[in-house]
Design a protein around this ligand. Structure first.
Ligand SMILES: *[C@@H]1O[C@H](CO)[C@@H](O)[C@H](O)[C@H]1NC(C)=O
Length: 584
């Protein structure tokens, strides 16, 4: 057993080291706003969470803290911003214990299994509950104090989504300013956000500015509003800066408005942006109910009839998603800004207006969970991004009988199941669950991770972090970095070969002895070690001499490695065979 000790240590280090490796500042992220003002949405929140996962959506904003949603999001890796409803604000502002209790019930009870990363204190308060303007910042302050008291203030940021019409002037962007009557509350809010390291959250809809402009002498061009490339640029005369899309202009107007109040370092996140696929604003509403922040929406221009369309919604939302995925969330005025964005909305919501009202047609999905148009949260069509990896794993919860059925299906329909046969390199651990995960993933990868190929009637789930502790067909490899020099490579090579890598093939006369270079031998040994340890985090480090790659290196294609997992099994890092499980 003495031989095993160093390997075990490395595995333990692997568990603690990711913190070091991932301490870079977080890049901007794109998610969805999940509103539920409707009577026909899926009742089962687990199926909504599956929908998010299947579509690679890693961040969601909800308009309450509905326990079923928060429970269903547990252990998914999906981040969620919860909301304290406007109705709670007065109590939370006047009574710190009320805010504390709210945070305990709606945040602490779910965190960290559910990755709550923000509390929106109210939504569009200035428009929908202006009577609460004066209690807004006191409520935020008490929620923040409650989070701090519970040790959650670093993980969970407090903000309040503000509608874009909080701005009095938004064009040209450099003249951006808040409405006079909001200046006192905005000042104290921005002061709060700056002190707490939070961000101003804004709901921004180029659609409405575009729509309104169509009846003015200066209509905005559709390409500019949609963020299409090649739109005619618009000049800000004051700064001589040109804008190529309306969203940038609106964001910069907001940055300038903050600067006008003396806040130069608070960043912006977009808690809502989107484009309706059908309808007209305020369709069917009597003038007394027409609100959207007092915007006057006058229908008359012909282009207004086609402003909300599937094609336009698809263009706007995909442009925005791709922009964030590509890391291009800066603006002409703030080129380096990181900005999280939530696309509004996950579903069409029939409670927001009649069927021909744009409000009820912002969804990416119909209530029956089919897409209104195609979109992609994984960067297809976006400028260079590393390919996003995903894996298919078996859900233990469906039970062995269903897993076995799906396992048989996968193995009979394209999965390579040779490794999970008795004697195969992934036969251990010999459980239906482990074999099903292996087969599902093989099937999924072989089908090019096409949509629907990790379903198995609910027995399979897509994950975006490489599963550890299961034997699976390689989807990543460990190679040597020649740049560290032969001396360091040799040290790491010796370590790998004496700690579990199968190095017989790189001995003189072995199948992989040629090319006889330290770098080539090190790549072979590093990869053997890495695969042997189930590609656990930290097992391709070798003090910087190893790198993970996601395309099979050509030198490995000739002799794909299938190291026997017996050594790691003997360390009992994974559950032993469950009682009563028969061989598959
Ligand atoms: C889902 O609903 C939409 C809109 O009602 C409809 O067009 C579509 O055919 C439905 N899809 C399925 C699979 O039922």
């Amino acid at each position: 057993m003495a031989l095993l000790r160093p390997l075990f240590l490395v595995l333990l280090l692997g568990i603690t080291m990711p913190l070091l490796f991932f301490s870079r500042t977080e890049a901007a992220e794109v998610g969805v706003s999940y509103g539920r003002v409707a009577n026909d949405l899926p009742q089962n929140q687990g199926s909504v969470v599956d929908l998010l996962k299947q579509n690679g959506i890693t961040m969601v904003r909800i308009y309450d803290a509905f326990p079923d949603v928060l429970t269903s999001l547990a252990n998914t890796g999906i981040k969620v911003m919860v909301m304290m409803p406007n109705e709670n604000l007065a109590a939370a502002a006047s009574d710190p214990s009320n805010a504390l209790q709210w945070v305990q019930t709606n945040v602490q009870a779910f965190y960290p299994a559910t990755l709550i990363n923000g509390v929106a204190v109210g939504n569009e308060v200035f428009d929908s509950r202006p009577d609460l303007n004066s209690v807004l910042v006191p409520a935020m302050t008490n929620v923040q104090a409650a989070l701090a008291q519970l040790g959650l203030a670093d993980a969970v940021k407090v903000s309040t989504p503000v509608a874009f019409d909080a701005l009095q002037t938004s064009y040209p962007p450099s003249q951006g300013s808040f409405k006079d009557e909001l200046v006192p509350v905005m000042k104290s809010m921005l002061d709060f956000l700056q002190r707490t390291g939070s961000y101003l959250t804004v709901n921004i809809y180029p659609f409405f500015a575009y729509y309104d402009s169509l009846t003015t002498p200066n209509p905005i061009s559709l390409d500019y509003a949609l963020g299409n490339s090649g739109a005619a640029a618009v000049l800000d005369d004051n700064t001589d800066v040109t804008y190529t899309n309306l969203l940038d202009a609106q964001l910069d107007a907001t940055y300038y408005a903050m600067e006008g109040l003396g806040f130069t370092s608070v960043s912006l996140h977009t808690t809502e942006s989107g484009w309706p696929s059908h309808g007209k604003p305020n369709h069917g509403k009597p003038p007394s109910e027409v609100r959207r922040g007092g915007r006057r929406l006058l229908d008359s221009a012909a282009d207004q009839d086609t402003a909300a369309s599937v094609a336009n919604a698809q263009a706007y939302n995909n442009n925005l998603i791709n922009r964030v995925l590509a890391g291009r969330t800066g603006t002409p005025h703030r080129p380096d800004a990181d900005m999280d964005v939530y696309i509004f909305a996950l579903f069409n919501e029939n409670g927001k207006g009649d069927a021909d009202d744009t409000e009820s047609n912002f969804g990416l999905f119909y209530p029956n969970e089919t897409k209104v148009y195609s979109f992609d949260f994984q960067g297809t069509g976006a400028p260079p991004l590393p390919p996003r990896q995903s894996w298919c794993v078996a859900n233990a919860a469906v039970g062995d009988a269903r897993l076995q059925e799906a396992l048989d299906y996968a193995c009979g329909n394209g999965a390579d199941c040779s490794a999970i046969q008795p004697g195969g390199s992934c036969f251990q651990p010999d459980t239906v669950l482990a074999h099903a995960s292996y087969a599902f993933n093989s099937y999924y990868q072989n089908k090019g991770r096409a949509s629907g190929t990790c379903n198995f009637n609910g027995a399979g789930s897509i994950v975006y972090q490489e599963p550890t502790g299961t034997c699976s067909a390689p989807v990543s490899w460990c190679v040597a970095n020649a740049a560290v020099g032969d001396a360091r490579l040799q040290t790491a090579l010796d370590y790998a070969c004496s700690n579990g890598a199968d190095c017989s093939a790189i001995q003189p006369g072995g199948a992989c002895f040629q090319p006889d270079t330290t770098a080539s031998h090190a790549s072979y040994a590093f990869n053997s070690y890495y695969q042997h340890n189930y590609r656990a985090s930290g097992t391709c480090d070798f003090s910087g001499a190893g790198s993970i790659v996601y395309q099979q290196p050509s030198e490995f294609i000739a002799h794909p490695l299938a190291p026997a997992p017996a050594l790691v099994d003997s360390l009992s890092l994974r559950p032993a065979r469950s009682p009563g499980v028969t061989d598959s």
